[in-house]
Design a protein around this ligand. Structure first.
Ligand code: BG6
Length: 255
């Protein structure tokens, strides 16, 4: 805490929480766009928060991306986490395997010493496939677990970066641009006002389900994500945001 105050980070946290209407903001030093260790620090902060708030028997839903992966990498076992069930927040979203929620969930669970269940569902399902899959007993079971999540850990992406990373079609890229998409989370794309402008068809936690979640932890940093965080946070990260100094300062400059 003393070091934090030295850099004015506590003050930043308070201002950021107010501006983004969050219960809590955690700001780590640096810019994760510039250096990888900053992402690791965000991961460490995520682990600290998870350890502090964990309760035995809880379900933790975990989303994909490199920042949530940093939380998984830094994860350490604790008694309550050992009695937690980790589950991917959503099925595949068309990313590299290492960035998919399934993989990150299993990594986090192993490091935490907890149990996990996976959701083997491909991205961008056709209507028919979606309707069939959603009736599978195995899938139903996992979906019910996801909806019973007490905690959700998720990343936030810049809309164009995410659409490109998922190899979206030129049509979708154009559509997102036309609709002014700036941020992305859980496969939903948001405009500056935080309105959903596009949602992909994939199984898992929906934004409506977040209403029943006790605690959402958004982990996202880097000056390049400032606009995305500001758009998404008031909607989905209504509890806690773990970010870095560069993103925090850029957001506060705009508000
Ligand atoms: C994806 C999530 O895997 O990661 C997205 O599905 C999120 O919802 C994104 O926006 C963030 O990725 P990163 O690598 O910037 O942390």
């Amino acid at each position: 805490p003393i070091i934090k105050d030295l850099f004015g980070l506590t003050e930043l946290e308070i201002r950021l929480a107010r501006v983004l209407r969050l219960k809590k903001a955690v700001v780590v030093q640096g810019d994760s766009d510039q250096s990888d260790w900053v992402k690791k620090e965000m991961g460490r902060a995520g682990v600290r928060l998870l350890k502090q708030t964990a309760r035995p028997g809880q379900v933790v839903a975990v989303a994909g991306g490199t920042t949530v992966a940093a939380v998984a990498e830094m994860m350490k076992a604790s008694p309550a986490l050992r009695e937690s069930i980790f589950i991917p927040a959503r099925g595949g979203l068309g990313e590299e395997v290492e960035l998919e929620a399934n993989y990150i969930t299993s990594l986090m669970a192993q490091k935490a010493g907890g149990r996990y269940r996976l959701m083997h569902v491909p991205e961008q399902l056709s209507h028919e496939a979606y309707d069939t899959l959603i009736r599978e007993p195995h899938i139903q079971e996992v979906l019910e677990l996801v909806r019973s999540a007490r905690i959700v850990v998720h990343g936030i992406g810049d809309a164009t970066t995410m659409a490109t990373r998922r190899k979206s079609s030129p049509e979708l890229l154009r559509l997102l641009q036309e609709k002014g998409a700036v941020g992305e989370a859980f496969g939903y794309y948001f405009n500056r006002k935080g309105e959903i402008v596009y949602r992909g068809r994939s199984l898992g936690l929906s934004l409506e389900d977040l209403e029943n979640v006790e605690m959402t932890i958004a982990v996202a940093g880097g000056a390049g994500k400032a606009e995305a965080i500001a758009a998404v946070c008031p909607v989905s990260g209504r509890d806690t945001l773990i970010t870095d100094e560069a993103a925090a300062r850029a957001i506060l400059k705009q508000h």
